[in-house]
Design a protein around this ligand. Structure first.
Ligand code: 13P
Ligand code: SF4
Length: 352
């Protein structure tokens, strides 16, 4: 599925941009803020052309940014593909660090800018390259599948990467009886169930005679998606029995099981666009609910949103403007790590 190219905002005047944001977001963003953000967005778009840059926006970007400056929006997999194929000189990645690193891994000749200095991720921080090497020593026959929500040195230790959009397909593509799947515990459990595999988590005394059809997981968690519970779903269904509930596969298996659909951020967006239901609830990062609601004004979206990803929230219009003005923060990946990480990411992209 191709990445989504959004309405061309590049040549809009401040007034046109303000009117667009007002139409889409005016119900809940104050007017003075929309006017201010329209000015920032138009200046960013002007500089983007001047510097021959492309702006990639993850689906979790805050609504005013999401609807004004990206040339392309999408999930991790779609944006990786876009980063790999762009002919622009600069890639400004409005997302978190591991995503910007993936862009650099795939297209090393380009300058990749991340508008915030850190923009981390609880999953990426849950595992190190040394952890992966230790697992490979313990389980030498098992190929390592690594979720893209990891840093480049962890990808470099891996055989193949995956995203939430293709994790089951990646696991099915491997012939091995035992597969190491890192680092998201819940995504691993969800994929194990989908592919009919058993899953275990290594402890120091784990019996090494592992048996067939097995995934070895790691206990990383997304600090946003781990917060949703089956009780949340029960309460909403009690009040709105006809609601359709969508969950990201970083939610617990119990939550995914109780939802009506699970998929990557882009898969959830497509599901809402392509179905007709009385109302929807998205169990994912808050800003995405607002973005989907703004793009689908005829559809009723329930809000269960107290959980904003603090790392995605670091990316603002102000910092994106500074990023283009000052050429900051340049994302670098040491070549020796990049080459090995690229093998794992490109193997994934070849699977789709
Ligand atoms: P997607 O690949 O589904 O966009 O997810 C990325 C992410 O960080 C989810 O928390
Ligand atoms: Fe990481 Fe979770 Fe934030 Fe996605 S939502 S970037 S997985 S912390």
């Amino acid at each position: 599925m191709p990445v989504v190219m959004i309405e061309d905002n590049t040549n809009m005047s401040v007034h046109e941009m303000y009117l667009k944001l007002k139409r889409m977001l005016g119900d809940y963003i104050p007017d003075f803020e929309l006017r201010y953000k329209a000015e920032l967005a138009v200046e960013i778009n002007r500089l983007k052309v001047e510097k021959n840059a492309v702006i990639l926006g993850h689906n979790y970007m805050e609504p005013a940014l999401y609807h004004s400056i990206p040339d392309f929006v999408g999930d991790s997999l779609e944006l990786s593909r876009k980063a790999a194929s762009t002919d622009k000189d600069i890639i400004v990645f409005c997302g978190v660090r591991f995503m910007a690193e993936t862009a650099k891994i795939l297209n090393p000749g380009k300058t990749v800018l991340l508008p915030a200095e850190k923009a981390g991720c609880s999953l990426a921080e849950s595992i190190t390259a040394a952890d992966v090497r230790a697992l490979k020593e313990r389980f030498p026959v098992a190929p390592v599948v690594t979720y893209v929500n990891t840093y480049a040195d962890v990808k470099a230790e891996s055989d193949i990467c995956c995203t939430s959009g293709n994790a089951a397909a990646v696991v099915r593509s491997l012939a091995s009886e035992t597969i190491i799947f890192l680092p998201d515990e819940y995504l691993a459990r969800n994929v194990a169930r989908e592919t009919g595999k058993r899953i275990i988590f290594p402890t120091p005394n784990l019996n090494l005679n592992l048996g067939p059809n097995l995934m070895i997981g790691w206990r990383g968690r997304c600090e946003v998606h781990e917060k949703f519970t089956v009780d949340d779903i029960r309460r909403v269904r009690a009040q709105f029995p006809d609601v359709v509930i969508l969950a990201h596969p970083e939610c617990s298996p119990e939550v995914v099981e109780a939802a009506d659909f699970a998929g990557s951020t882009a898969a959830m967006i497509r599901y809402v666009e392509q179905t007709v239901a009385p109302r929807y609830l998205l169990l994912t990062e808050c800003a995405m609910g607002e973005n989907v609601a703004a793009a689908n004004p005829a559809k009723e979206m329930l809000r269960l949103c107290s959980v904003r990803c603090p790392h995605m929230n670091e990316i603002t219009l102000e910092d994106t403007l500074k990023s283009l003005q000052l050429n900051r923060y340049v994302v670098e990946v040491p070549e020796e790590i990049r080459v090995r990480a690229a093998r794992a990411v490109e193997r994934m992209i070849a699977i789709g």
